[in-house]
Design a protein around this ligand. Sequence first.
Ligand code: ADP
Ligand code: MG
Length: 448
Amino acid sequence: MAKAAIQAENLVITYNKGKSNEFNALKNINVEIYPREYIILFGPSGCGKSTLLYTILGGNVPDTGHLYVKGEDIYAYTPAEMNRYQQAVIGIVYQQFNLITSISVLDNVALPMIFLNKGVQERNARGQELLRRFGIPERLENKTPVMMSGGQQQRVAVARSLINDPEILLADEPVGNLDSISAEHVMDSFEEINEKDRKTVILVTHDAKYLPYAHRVFYMRDGELRRIVVNPEKPQVKRTKPGETIVTEIEQLARLYPYAEPMELKVKSIVNFATQTIGFTQLERLEKAVLQVLAGTMDENLLMEFLMKSVHAGGVGMHMDEATGVMNRVFALVHYSQDVQKFRAEVHSDNLFLHQRKFIDHLLYYIKEEIGITSTAVQIGILRDAVADRVGGITNAAEFEEKLALPEHLGGAAYDEDAAGKIARHLEKLIAQGGYIIRANELLGAHS
Ligand code: ADP
Ligand code: MG
């Protein structure tokens, strides 16, 4: 089992302790980060992301708790040990580059080596190597950084952070000041540093579009680590613990692909659902096939054929049973998602109630045939209202599920918890595939 690179234990950080402006910035953080992980700290401004990062850097003495790096409590270090830690074990990149404007680019990069008493030749050779690697032209290395673009300055700062070959690289909003193209270059370089150089990367951002870079995303709010989301697209350094993937698939997909087209999200959602243990190449092929199904150019038979064709011959290589299951589930979802979309499209028309009923009938059929639950008339009545409220955006997913599981005398549908969970999960999928939830006011507007 991987030993934690970094472990926070009951970490509490309070600014201005004992003063009138005392502020509890980290409440009780317990977390482990593994060697070679790429972690993103994500959350709104002021939630404590930078505070956690600087605590890892050795800059905030905890009120209580400990911060261990490779098993050592860094706040128990002597000043000399702390210096060594900050110079050689850990590197950092800031939002505002923090380059020294009066010295050359090369000296900026090599500066941290001076503190380790390295000679000028070694410093320059290493500095040049890193500058080349991050695409800084040779003619700029003896100039001061003032004339460089923001993107170039940040790449110099990334080179500097690596000069002493640290094991852990921290970055605080490193692309917050960059245009989108420079930002992408810099973000790609962090990915490379994580993958090729095998460094642990901990990066702060408040921009959701960068979340797919991470192995795991730590969602912070009000000084707390609210949840940890594992990126299913990346092979994990360590197996997920129970309770770590507590967000719904839809939430997860929307966060992982924040700018994906609805169609793209839909394809991923369907494929995700229809398969559990299939390899990456097969997944990619299946995604393409589902795209064709959605476009109407692939029917049940063609999909079956494709699923069962060997991987070698360009297919997915599934056995008959497996392929049949996947095919059925894909087509069930495609049909029902089309119903949801139709429902959405006609929500403003006079046929609202007719379409709502049709949609719910389909859903009931789905519950019976796919989940294997037979519903009583009373349950159907309650389900009807609950689905209308949910699809209308009047209730949220949790409220919908609760309503299904509530006993009859409390106005619920009295499904057992397992069934309620399954129905709710399926409905969420259908809603996601329909695009998004109709806002309550949209629906009410359609009534008036
Ligand atoms: P984030 O990086 O998520 O935006 P920070 O960790 O910088 O948040 O700050 C968390 C909270 O602590 C904020 O409310 C901020 O105002 C406060 N804070 C940060 N640094 C200090 C400090 N040096 N002194 C007092 N309060 C601070
Ligand atoms: Mg910050």
